[in-house]
Design a protein around this ligand. Structure first.
Ligand code: GUN
Ligand code: FE
Length: 450
């Protein structure tokens, strides 16, 4: 396939490349084989070769391509309760709303209903890759991987492990430690089998919910399983004061250190939130290649804090964005990108004009919308150690077409000479699902909106 389009891609945390009127040549595997700029000698010959074939896609004027977004932390099962109970503390929210809601996924018909809807909703919002928490149920978790495979989304799916009786209700936890580990191993093997049938890949993820709901034995066993099968790992780390202190009291150390001791921090680890990492913890993340899934909307509700993301990025930690449905209410990573910028500005805050010598906030915390775009594309790809999130040779053709001319969601573009980087910023701030007209994953069209 060859696409003729103007596209944007993050080349570094602060820089966005404008790929104006380029030819994007996609191979049979859905990988970008070549990007040919109009100045290149081959441009006209490639154009002439493809222009009248059905392998040629000319993107209309007023439409632009962005890489598909990467959701580094989402509870697929919690889609059923998104937008509710955001006004109570994390511990109460888990026990009174979330655990009963997740327990319903023992019913596979119910699971199918919710999981098909969340996958298609994410695709409609431009999310081409998602790192999912499912529930403790093995069968329903395999079903989520199967639904990702069928809808063409690159899903990384975890069967949730929670086996510590003191912190988990009887109606919702793994039967016992051995069963939790055995179910996880069987889950890994079943998802690997599903993956063989897909072009885009689906991946099993080792998923201890978080230290407070897991026994030492299960954490150790999960670290060993991840090593044995070379899987991704995900969990929650230092999210709230309550969770952070729980780990301190149990182990006399921070979450990050404890997770590392169980073999759970490695190159393919993604830890949600990680708000209260010390500098030592952040160094451990950088050294092990572990990534942070920054969940800015959720953090406003359940963490009551803003993570100093700019500082951790400067320390060399891989960072991407997560919606954290349903700790965060929005399935849109546009909304989360906007909140990431706004939260970072509130953390920085600046100087009180009445007290000009007194700095408020944390210096050098601000991020720009280009940096948020980096998090939600290239940063997410680096966090997962997958060749996704950039429009460069060797990367997957995971792309969203943004139509800025939709009558009900038109972008304010009045000047015919508007600089393309200004159009990019307007898209990041103003795009709604109506503007996301086509979505491709690994070269295949997986969503279209008329
Ligand atoms: N910590 C443990 N489980 C959860 C969850 O489901 N959501 C959030 N936000 N934090 C958690
Ligand atoms: Fe979460």
């Amino acid at each position: 396939k060859v696409f003729l389009a103007t596209a944007f891609s993050s080349t570094s945390p602060k820089e966005v490349a404008v790929l104006k009127d380029c030819l994007f040549c996609i191979d049979d595997k859905g990988i970008i084989d070549r990007i040919v700029h109009p100045e290149h000698d081959d441009y006209d010959s490639i154009l002439n070769e493809y222009v009248n074939t059905h392998a040629f896609y000319k993107i209309d004027e007023g439409s632009y391509l962005l890489p598909g977004f990467i959701d580094l932390h989402i509870h697929a099962s919690q889609w059923a309760q998104a937008g509710t109970a955001l006004d109570i503390p994390l511990h109460d929210w888990l026990s009174t709303y979330t655990f009963p809601s997740e327990a319903k996924f023992a019913d596979l018909d119910y699971a199918k209903l919710v999981y098909e809807d969340v996958v298609s909703t994410l695709l409609a919002n431009g999310t081409t890759t998602a790192l999912y928490f499912a529930t403790v149920h093995k069968e329903a978790s395999v079903l989520l991987a199967d639904i990702c495979a069928k809808q063409g989304q690159r899903g990384l799916v975890g069967k949730v492990v929670m086996d510590l009786a003191q912190e988990c209700p009887d109606f919702y936890r793994d039967a016992d430690t051995q069963t939790a580990l055995q179910d996880t191993e069987e889950f890994i093997l079943e998802v690997k089998k599903i993956a063989e049938t897909t072009k885009q890949g689906v991946y099993p993820v080792v998923t201890p919910r978080f230290i407070p709901t897991c026994t030492d034995e299960v954490l150790e066993g999960l670290g060993a399983l991840a090593a044995k099968y070379d899987t991704h790992i995900q969990s929650h780390c230092s999210e709230s004061d309550w969770a952070h202190q729980h780990v301190q009291q149990r182990f006399g150390k921070n979450d990050a250190q404890a997770l590392n001791d169980f073999g759970l921090l490695q190159d393919k680890s993604v830890m949600a939130h990680s708000n209260f990492l010390s500098d030592e913890d952040a160094k451990l993340f950088a050294e092990t290649g572990s990534a942070i899934a920054h969940c800015p909307v959720s953090n406003a509700y359940f963490a009551n804090s803003v993570i100093p993301i700019a500082k951790f990025a400067r320390m060399g930690v891989d960072i991407g964005l997560g919606s954290d449905i349903s700790g965060g209410f929005s399935p849109s990573l546009y909304d989360n990108s906007r909140q990431a910028v706004m939260s970072s500005r509130m953390l920085e805050d600046g100087v009180n004009p009445d007290l000009p010598t007194e700095e408020r906030g944390v210096k050098d915390s601000r991020i720009t919308i280009a940096e948020a775009f980096h998090l939600v594309t290239a940063g997410g790809g680096a966090s997962l150690s997958l060749p996704i999130g950039r429009l460069e040779e060797g990367y997957a053709w995971d792309v969203q077409r943004i139509d800025t001319t939709i009558p009900t969601a038109k972008l304010p573009l009045f000047d015919p000479d508007e600089p393309l980087l200004d159009i990019f910023q307007k898209m990041m701030y103003l795009v709604r699902p109506e503007n996301i007209r086509d979505v491709w994953v690994q070269g295949e069209l997986v969503h279209s909106r008329n």
